[in-house]
Design a protein around this ligand. Structure first.
Ligand code: HEC
Ligand code: HEC
Ligand code: HEC
Ligand code: HEC
Ligand code: HEC
Length: 185
């Protein structure tokens, strides 16, 4: 009996069942985590919309997204490059922490929100090279009036759903994008 079950588990269908079972457990756990977490307080309630409306490009502030693993966040001196020339900078209550950071030479302590655990291999580069846009994964950031929130839980099921969709009908790509070792070493 045990042997039969084991044999079935090692068959292609059995492996699929194992993955689905694992996914179910993981997604329930992640949902539980997401459900009890509210977005963290940021040093400045940063309005992406005000910047997008002034044609500031995503990659101007997050240049790493094109270059490698990490997109990075702008330093106060990068903000200041524009803001020292804007009259709103002296009067805005929202910009008080930026004025302080510049005056004291201290960083702004942004709390990361878009994140996967360390044991996951994620890199922006192949995704942008494949023609995906920021909005595909981060939602309509350009219209955010308040600090960023993930539009969906960034868990394994989410990665795999897209990898499955993008590799459908291409067995070689499917093998690469669904292989455990692609995302876990
Ligand atoms: C490329 C230029 C540029 C950069 C870089 C930039 N900003 Fe801005 N920011 C603007 C412009 C333009 C506005 C809109 C001003 C307006 O609507 O009158 C703005 C508006 C804002 C506002 C709204 C202020 C208010 O009271 O309504 C905040 C807050 C802000 N920026 C924070 C930041 C922070 C923090 C950084 C760095 C992480 C930053 N900005 C980087 C150009 C820039
Ligand atoms: C003027 C600079 C600026 C521009 C332009 C900008 N961002 Fe941001 N972005 C920030 C800052 C500052 C934060 C941290 C505050 C927050 O989480 O809202 C941030 C946070 C984020 C985060 C979450 C990061 C984390 O660690 O959780 C994502 C994702 C993001 N931006 C995507 C985008 C996209 C997509 C665009 C273009 C539509 C864009 N940003 C344009 C400054 C910018
Ligand atoms: C295929 C989905 C996907 C696309 C497309 C994508 N991102 Fe991300 N982004 C992620 C994931 C997943 C993370 C978490 C990465 C981590 O924890 O290492 C992330 C993290 C970030 C962060 C947080 C800081 C960092 O580097 O970890 C910023 C900022 C960001 N992305 C900006 C962008 C911008 C700007 C674009 C478009 C040029 C973009 N992303 C396109 C999935 C995506
Ligand atoms: C919206 C769709 C989408 C999402 C979401 C997505 N990916 Fe991808 N991913 C792709 C595409 C498309 C490729 C490139 C396929 C190709 O080579 O043509 C790719 C490639 C990769 C590669 C590189 C494979 C290689 O060796 O070239 C890794 C690693 C990866 N993704 C990890 C992740 C992880 C981890 C997540 C979730 C945190 C994720 N992806 C979420 C669409 C997505
Ligand atoms: C496209 C990328 C991707 C592929 C392929 C992938 N994973 Fe994951 N995996 C993730 C991400 C992202 C997480 C972290 C978020 C979460 O727990 O869902 C994760 C988490 C896990 C965890 C930890 C679960 C937990 O509760 O913390 C295990 C175990 C795991 N994966 C096993 C596997 C196995 C086995 C395979 C092959 C069948 C696989 N993964 C294929 C992206 C991937």
């Amino acid at each position: 009996m045990i042997q039969k079950v084991f044999k079935w588990l090692m068959s292609p269908l059995g492996r699929v069942a194992l993955v689905i079972a694992a996914l179910a457990i993981v997604s329930v756990a992640m949902w539980g985590i997401a459900y009890v977490q509210s977005p963290p307080a940021q040093p400045i309630d940063f309005p992406h919309q005000r910047h997008a409306a002034n044609q500031v490009q995503c990659l101007y502030c997050h240049p790493g997204a094109n270059r490698g693993a990490s997109s990075g966040l702008p330093t106060p001196s990068k903000c200041w490059g524009c803001h020292q020339q804007l009259s709103i900078t002296q009067t805005s209550k929202l910009l008080g922490p930026l004025r302080d950071a510049i005056a004291n030479g201290t960083p702004l302590q942004w709390v990361p929100v878009a994140q996967v655990p360390d044991f996951v291999q994620y890199n922006h580069r192949p995704h942008l090279a494949a023609g995906l846009s920021c909005e595909n994964c981060h939602g309509d950031v350009a219209s955010l009036l308040h600090a960023y929130e993930n539009p969906q839980v960034m868990n394994m099921g989410w990665c795999l759903a897209c990898h499955r969709e993008k590799s459908a009908g291409n067995p070689e790509l499917e093998k690469k994008l669904l292989d455990c070792a692609t995302c876990h070493y």
